[in-house]
Design a protein around this ligand. Structure first.
Ligand SMILES: [Fe+2]
Ligand SMILES: [Fe+2]
Length: 159
């Protein structure tokens, strides 16, 4: 398994996208499956946002100061996503707004991931180089175990 920081983050994005696709394939009455998928989405996204905010964002901001606006916007996007996750953690799949909330969450995350991968990561890769990204990736992989389970415990939730 690669420990390159950007490869690691893209693998996380792929894992989350697979969960989104699975959710989109479920029917309105698949309550237990939907609940289970949303629990996995909460866990994956909370862990991912935690390692990005604790390690990747500050390092990348320092390495590519001209993308500072992008980082600040990304944190605001995380903020919205963490609050939506905290709401979904308490929402019954039978609630009339459950599917709508998941749909808007998915739209938000897809937009966020696209901006990270298309606009930002290439600049960070160029500025940091392979060795630094390897070291960063190792730290991020190790930090996953320290991630909170509560999305509101992620820093951006209260930024
Ligand atoms: Fe992010
Ligand atoms: Fe990300």
């Amino acid at each position: 398994m690669s420990t390159d920081a950007i490869v690691l983050l893209k693998e996380d994005h792929k894992t989350v996208e697979q969960l989104f696709k699975k959710f989109e394939r479920t029917g309105d009455r698949a309550h237990a499956t939907r609940r289970r998928l949303v629990e996995s989405i909460i866990k994956e996204l909370t862990t991912h946002a935690y390692i990005e905010e604790a390690i990747f964002y500050p390092e990348a901001r320092e390495a590519v100061p001209q993308t500072e606006d992008h980082v600040l916007e990304s944190v605001e996007e995380h903020h919205v996503v963490m609050w939506m996750l905290s709401e979904l953690a308490k929402l019954e799949p039978t609630a009339e707004n459950f599917e709508a909330k998941v749909t808007v969450l998915i739209e938000n995350v897809r937009h966020h991931v696209e901006e990270e991968e298309q606009e930002w990561f290439p600049q960070v890769r160029k500025a940091m180089g392979r060795k630094r990204l390897q070291e960063l990736g190792e730290r991020m992989a190790a930090a996953k175990k320290d991630a909170p389970s509560d999305p509101l415990a992620v820093q951006s939730a209260h930024a």
